[in-house]
Design a protein around this ligand. Sequence first.
Ligand SMILES: [Zn+2]
Length: 287
Amino acid sequence: MPELPEVEVVKQSLDKKIKEKKVRKILVRNRNLRKKVPFNFEFFFLNEKILKVSRFSKYLILHFSNKKKCLIHLGMSGTIHYVKNNKKNMITNTSFYNSPKLPTKHNHIEIFFDDCKIVYNDPRRFGFFEIVENEKILKKKFNHLGPEPFHLSYNLDYIYYKLRGKEKNIKNFLIDQNFVSGIGNIYASEILFLSKINPNKKAKNLKKNDCMKILINSKKVLLEAISKGGSSIKDFKNISGNQGGFQNEFKVYQREGLKCKRTNCSGIIKKKNISNRSTFFCNSCQK
Ligand SMILES: [Zn+2]
């Protein structure tokens, strides 16, 4: 499932490729995504120009010249392919998930421009496309979400007071989008390893110093992942021919049974299911 760094990589590719382009045609092949694609979706953005592509948490936002927006969530398995006219068999995927080339099945939405199109592919259909009328409504949509790890409001006081007295374990807090936006399974494991905190630890047992480590390492892990182009779970490349490189930096994720990478630690990486999600941690240095 794409997390904040992977969605950021898609955002950067799209912003580079489709900014300033006018929508010429929209084709919806299947409306039954997680939310039903609105019936006027095909006409809503017709002949409007894309001013920019932005991102909040794991959401992509296309900003149009008529002030309206298109909100996109990639769900579990959604990818966006960039296809140039008259070019066949090229790498089209703007992310590192699933097929690097445009698959033949599960292409649900196509948005056409003069010299190219983008295609939304999603085998499991947990993603969605939504029309948003204006900036104000867009902000409202994100009201329930916690700050991004890079935002000023994600600070020591915020973390400390949110966690204080809570029975819930810290791993579940980190992947809770109401607490902080954009962190999922991979990065939560990595953040807790760097912070030397056991993922099972109850939030109420964390000291202020632990909160400080979580704050610093949330920013550090995500920024590093973005700078490395996200994580390529299956070795695929994106349209610029690059591969996400952060998987080579994993300290704990998918390293079950291997030796801890921390100097002077003889621990072994364990895998445990916490609330049905695989969680990786060192059995020795994470307390
Ligand atoms: Zn260790």
